[in-house]
Write a new protein. Sequence first.
Length: 147
Amino acid sequence: MKMDHPLSTIYPNASYGVQQPFSNGANPKSLKSRKTLNLRIMKKYLIKGTYNTDGIKGLMKEGGTGRKNAIEKMLATIGGKVEAFYYAFGEDDVYVIVELPDDITAASVGLRVNAAGLVKICLTVLLTPEDIDAASNKQVTYRAPGA
């Protein structure tokens, strides 16, 4: 069963799932091309979470896949999605990489989840190598302390 991509009516010659250039030469992975084509650019975030005692009890009752499904549902309602979801030993109990539309949406997730009081999360914006290239090429005038 073939599933049509939502943009297939706008860009019928584009291949979705395999990142190939559009017929006009634009590369869908290129930030500049996505902006030129007016495609929504999703930002990636790392969420690190630590459960308190009641949160761990809830996790044990619901199970790991149940919590993952709940997070996927929550993010879908705000235009986001889970890219990776892992539980871990150590200082943090859960690591999740998500795609969200913007920083305001990410802040909203952090506020709501932390306000519930069962898990403390910390969100970190993730940058691509291309983002770092662009940042390193941006000129900034800086004076070191005491210089």
